[in-house]
Design a protein around this ligand. Structure first.
Ligand SMILES: [Fe+2]
Length: 255
């Protein structure tokens, strides 16, 4: 454990030293950087800053090591106690936003169905917020748990999410702006797929042609997670099959 810690920290420091050398960073800039980090800590935005830049890398490592469907960011708005839902996610009573049908199957790496898998689905409201986090929106709105049937199938109705900004009024937003970037994430649906004996898959679905799909501030978009505009009887459909890697591969990779 301590050797791994020493190896990782030493390489992180080496990487930072390389960047400082490459750009001839001055002592004044170095001190400004420390001041910025202090401000970020005081604003409670250190997790946000680290997630915005590095979480996607951890997902890439998972994808490299475990196989199965592509994993991407969980983000800060997952709630593990979301209720099971039948048929449709709870939405605003007056939600007239475009209807969306989410469906697909959960499979193992050989293509066999995984019955009784639990899929957490969550996404933004039509005004770019999350239930349980913003504006006193009830915590069971726009989220819920599904259980796959004997064929590994799942299906739920909801409405189309929208692009939203990560918190942009503090130091992280200021940094992205100063770098010439923005704080927007493209519209997406979150999924977390769990089944006994399988490595948990956390991923998202994006919409082809959607705003910021090509410039996600958190760099969580992978081309295979972008869905074409498919409609059935006028209803927008995202069909996603999730391939789960065995939990054993996870244990072996972590050993
Ligand atoms: Fe999100």
């Amino acid at each position: 454990m301590s050797n791994r810690l020493e190896a990782v920290v030493a390489d992180i420091v080496e990487g930072i030293r390389g960047a400082l050398m490459k750009h001839d960073v001055t002592f004044d800039e170095y001190r400004q950087g420390i001041g910025y980090i202090m401000k970020t800590v005081e604003a409670g935005e250190l997790p946000l800053m680290i997630d915005a830049f590095l979480n996607t890398t951890i997902c890439q490592i998972e994808n490299r090591n475990f196989g199965g469907s592509t994993s991407t960011l969980e983000g800060p708005y997952f709630l593990d106690d979301a209720p099971f839902v039948e048929g449709a996610l709870k939405t605003y009573e007056d939600d007239r936003h475009e209807p969306l049908l989410l469906r697909g199957r959960v499979l193992d790496l050989a293509g066999a169905p995984v019955a009784d898998a639990i899929i957490d689905v969550w996404h933004s409201t039509p005004d770019g917020h999350y239930g349980g986090f913003h504006n006193n929106i009830p915590r069971d709105f726009y989220r819920g748990k599904l259980r796959t049937d004997a064929a590994g199938g799942y299906e739920v109705r909801t409405t189309v999410p929208v692009a939203y900004k990560i918190p942009d009024q503090g130091p992280v937003g200021a940094l992205l702006e100063a770098m010439g970037r923005h704080s927007w994430r493209p519209a997406h649906v979150h999924y977390k797929v769990r089944a006994p004996g399988f490595h948990t898959l956390t991923t998202q679905a994006y919409f082809e042609g959607g705003e910021y799909v090509d410039s996600d501030c958190c760099e969580g978009v992978h081309s295979e997670l972008i869905h074409a505009d498919v409609r059935e009887s006028g209803i927008k459909v995202i069909e996603t099959d999730f391939e789960l890697a065995p939990a054993l591969a996870h244990a072996a990779a972590a050993a």
